[in-house]
Write a protein that binds this ligand. Structure first.
Ligand code: IPE
Ligand code: IPE
Ligand code: MG
Length: 234
């Protein structure tokens, strides 16, 4: 039986190398990468996959040169204001995961507004990981659990996986079935450390700006041939 596929998570990597290979500045790669986001989102939704999570900016990416960070912030601004507003029409609910307090106030405002305005959409869900890292998310979650214990609302012996899950940024979102990373790197780079526990991994050698619907289908085909056992036997 083919395993169901309701959530794809993508590490969109390789924008800088795509640009370098063409003698262009890294920032051009990010601009081209933003166009790929729109195309791939459409392709995923056309295939009736309800959830997609995109890793767009990690907590570690803040240490890149200021010019690159500033180009990325401008691209997010533009994307939040123009492209995402379009998505609302297709009944896409938007979620942001990560530490949004690190962003300039106008971007934070736009994020809150988009989440609020799409909160009753439920055909598709788009989860954008911005200033996100799995360790940071887990650290923030553990802090919240510790506070509940300190206040006497929770006893340490009652802490379960559910207690932690409820404090993660991804509350209410099912775990990814398939994780795709582009650009040939085969690592997680601090993405969804908790949620990827039993996800199937697919690594594409294509740089993100070159990722196409055909490449997406290759990943989906590979997923369909996997045997998911979740630690059990078949
Ligand atoms: C992914 O592409 C986008 C971000 C991390 C913001 P990179 O910018 O990491 O591109 P490479 O990996 O250097 O080619
Ligand atoms: C991971 O890519 C983060 C995003 C794609 C947003 P990086 O390019 O930052 O990861 P490393 O440095 O190659 O591990
Ligand atoms: Mg990279």
């Amino acid at each position: 039986m083919t395993a169901s596929l309701q959530h794809i998570a993508i590490i969109m990597d390789g924008n800088g190398r795509w640009a370098k290979a063409r003698g262009l500045p890294r920032t051009e790669g990010h601009r081209q990468g933003a166009k790929t986001v729109t195309q791939i989102l459409e392709a995923i939704q056309k295939r009736n996959i309800k959830y997609v999570t995109l890793y767009a900016f990690s907590t570690e990416n803040w240490k890149r040169p200021p010019e690159e960070v500033s180009t990325l912030l401008n691209l997010f601004r533009q994307y939040l204001k123009e492209d995402l507003t379009q998505l609302q029409k297709n009944s896409v609910r938007i979620h942001f995961i990560g530490d949004r307090s690190k962003f300039p106030k106008d971007i934070q405002k736009e994020m809150n507004k988009l989440e609020y305005e799409t909160c009753s959409c439920d055909k598709y869900h788009l989860v954008l990981a911005l200033s996100y890292s799995g360790r940071d998310e887990l650290t923030r979650a553990v802090t919240k659990v510790a506070l509940q214990v300190k206040k006497g609302l929770l006893s340490p012996s009652d802490i379960s996986e559910k207690t932690i899950e409820k404090e993660l940024d991804t509350i209410g979102i099912p775990n990814p079935d398939l994780m795709i990373r582009t650009s040939g790197e085969q690592r997680i780079s601090n993405f969804l450390l908790w949620q990827l526990a039993y996800s199937e991994m697919y690594f594409s050698s294509v740089y993100w700006p070159d990722f196409t619907e055909e490449e997406l289908d290759k990943a989906i085909e590979a997923y369909k041939s996997r045997d998911r056992r979740f630690g059990g036997i078949k």
